[in-house]
Design a protein around this ligand. Sequence first.
Ligand code: ATP
Length: 248
Amino acid sequence: MASITLENAGIDFPIGLMDSGSLRSWIVSRFNSEKHKQSKLTFEALSPINASFQDGERIGLIGSNGAGKTTFLKMLAGVYLPTRGNIYTEGKTSTLFDLYLGMDDEATGYENIRIASSVLGFKQSEISHVVKDVEQFTELGEALYRPLRTYSAGMRVRLAFCIATSIDTDIMLIDEIIGVGDNHFLDKAKQRMLNKVGQTKMLFLASHAYFVLRDFCHKGLVFSKGKIVYEGNIDDAIDYYDRNKHVL
Ligand SMILES: Nc1ncnc2c1ncn2[C@@H]1O[C@H](COP(=O)(O)OP(=O)(O)OP(=O)(O)O)[C@@H](O)[C@H]1O
């Protein structure tokens, strides 16, 4: 059973307008009113959202650059805690963003499997499964004994993508990662994603590629300036975004 409930959950980012103590901050503060300064100190990246998501939902996040899709995903993942409201999650969550988090250029592929697995919160007992999976899926062979700094961009993607998708979870959160690697890997990655998505109970996927959204999702949320401005089936949501993107 997987579920996510958002109760007025929103995110304000602190944005340092000025370096305190700098000459620039002193000059600006002399000419700006206190009210103006306060209004610039936080930025509402996500307006409060009330929503609830259940087992079986496959949700595409649509919106222009800076609309709030990644912030929303990171809030669902617990990377960002809501600065307002609450979020309740039931089920094990995995993320496909920040793929290289914790990875070390000087460590070998095998060592990085262990590093990344602990960053992703995999249990010790799961790591041997991840190692076998990486050996079979990535086709990196002997390269797994070499330091990561010797890998091409495509080889890095193979390793990181495979680790991140190795353990089955209830809720998958994916941010625009499909579209990387060579065609051979892309086909394999897509097939793997379809299998994983088939097994997972809930999916949230942010993408600018309509075919990806249509392939994986049945429902769409359109974001604009930190707000969900449309919710509907994926074709209608894409159509809404396409017709209105010049004003969103
Ligand atoms: N750490 C941060 N500090 C301050 N502002 C941030 C931070 N992260 C994101 N933002 C701002 O929040 C807004 C939403 O960003 P977000 O990354 O969620 O957009 P997005 O819809 O995922 O965009 P894209 O399609 O370009 O990935 C943007 O205006 C961005 O500048």
